[in-house]
Unconditional design. Sequence first.
Length: 163
Amino acid sequence: MSNKIPYSHDQMAGDLQEIIRQMHLEDFRPDYIVGIARGGLVPATMLSHYFAKPLMALNYSLRDRMVSPDEEVDAIARKLNEGKKILLVDDICDSGVTLRKIADETVELFDGSIEDFNHVCRFAVLWNNISQDVFEVNYVGREISRAEDERWIIFPFEEWWKV
């Protein structure tokens, strides 16, 4: 058995369509799409084109020890405080810690209540680890239980030169 899960561009496109369907069911229309670097940038770009909305990047990765400059989180909070709706996108919610920290830092800078924040700021991932309980994602393409399946997911933008 391989220790990797190949994930194709077509599968990613289908999962983005599922995320869009979930957003439509909740009538959530973002004013800005934020891609969390690195893995969230490609799907965020695709959603940005679909919704015809501006794309912002957030350089935030605990795994790679790359934490976003304060001005990037500040820029997101400013948009939220202006009444804009934001969708933050990543490739996977694995441990949930990165998304939890981003949400916590943004909430601290948000002028409204947590209920207001949850109304205007949402999170989408292509893959969600259902065995973590640190962060609840709003929109999910597909699920995996890391407690049962520890294989590494190979996203189409990761090893594209090997195809």
